[in-house]
Design a protein around this ligand. Structure first.
Ligand code: MTE
Ligand code: MO
Length: 333
């Protein structure tokens, strides 16, 4: 068994410090986490960090979409450079700046998504077919990471239920299982536990069928009016706005409808800390930190970090609380 890596609460470190630290460490040729690692691991990270002229992730191309009247909360957007520069995508490293720096190696050409399992019509779609079949809508959603920070992000996407209906789920379909691309050659965290934190890859996630069919649940292909940058989970990723961010799995290739609750990556890694449901809940603390408040990314100067109260179901309770009637949210965290 590989060592468990745990998400950490970064609330004492404004994101600007991450960038500064990243710059200093890059100048030194080594990353923060590396300093605590054995020598051979430092060497592995060093060769990766200094590995030639890495291509820069290109900006996404502009996409056509309809602004959605119903999903535009009156909230200030997180600046685009934070949305595409401060990321969690452990396949490309553990630091928040790592995905933007390293995800250019993700191969998205010829991408296909495969829907199978408990369906009458298994189906494989490429990105052109997806964009042809499903008109894009802009949805402005809150994103609340389990690490107690948050953003407000304008996604471009379509409701997952439209894709699932196309495959005609059978009566046995009770859950939906999702899987990220597995490509250890181009996703360095999948082949090195020092880069990828020792998670089991490919990254997998799951939803109950009613959660998957809910109109808030999106497959997204863009952000800020353009195709998703690789670091945000290009070319297509899930967004479930009332759940902690780790449910919103990136770079999805497989969607399988199943009878039994599927395994999920963070729950496998630390079952006492990350549950299957992962509904945002200010009353149920993480074992190592409070979930009552959150750090607002992009709102602060270097030292004045704005915190705000976290909302039950991330503020989407009116739409989703009925899904959980009779469920103990404390034991089903
Ligand atoms: N495949 C994969 N999906 C992932 C992750 C990851 O490491 N790998 N991180 C998750 C976490 S913890 C969060 S908070 C969100 C971050 O999405 P963003 O970088 O687009 O804001 O992606 C989620 N999806
Ligand atoms: Mo997260």
């Amino acid at each position: 068994m590989v060592k468990k890596t745990r998400l950490t609460e970064n609330n004492v470190t404004p994101e600007q410090l991450f960038y500064q630290r990243r710059k200093v460490l890059q100048a030194l040729g080594i990353s923060a986490a590396a300093l605590a690692l054995p020598f051979h691991a430092q060497a592995e990270l060093l060769s990766w960090l200094t590995g030639g002229n890495k291509p820069k992730t290109p900006a996404g191309k502009a996409l056509a979409f309809t602004p959605s009247a119903n999903y535009h909360p009156n909230l200030p957007l997180t600046p685009e450079e934070k949305v595409i520069g401060y990321n969690n995508f452990y396949e490309f490293g553990l630091d928040k700046a790592d995905p933007a720096a390293n995800a250019a190696t993700l191969k998205t050409e010829g991408w296909k998504i495969h829907i199978s399992g408990e369906v009458a019509k298994p189906i494989t779609l490429d990105m052109d077919e997806i964009l042809k079949r499903f008109p894009l809508e802009e949805r402005i959603y809150r994103l609340r990471c389990v690490e107690a920070w948050s953003m407000v992000i304008p996604w471009l996407g379509f409701e997952l239920n439209k894709l699932l209906k196309l495959a005609e789920p059978t009566s046995k379909a009770r859950y939906v299982a999702f899987q990220t691309l597995y490509d250890p050659e181009n996703m360095p965290g999948q082949s090195s536990r020092y880069i990828g934190g020792g998670l089991d890859y490919p990254y997998v996630e799951g939803l109950r069928m009613d959660e998957a069919m809910h109109p808030l649940t999106l497959l997204t292909v863009g952000v800020y009016g353009k195709a998703l940058p690789n670091q945000n989970g290009a070319p297509i990723r899930l967004i479930v706005p009332w759940k902690y961010g780790f449910k919103s799995i990136k770079s999805v290739v497989e969607i399988k409808l199943v009878e039994q609750q599927p395994p999920t990556t963070w729950n496998l890694s630390a079952p006492d800390e990350y549950g299957f449901y992962a509904n945002v809940n200010p009353q149920v603390d993480h074992p190592r930190w409070s979930q009552a408040t959150e750090r607002v990314i992009g709102s602060s100067g270097l030292l004045d970090v704005k915190r705000q109260p976290t909302l039950l179901f991330n503020g989407y309770g009116d739409q989703v609380a009925s899904l959980y009637q009779g469920l103990d949210l404390r034991s089903h965290f």
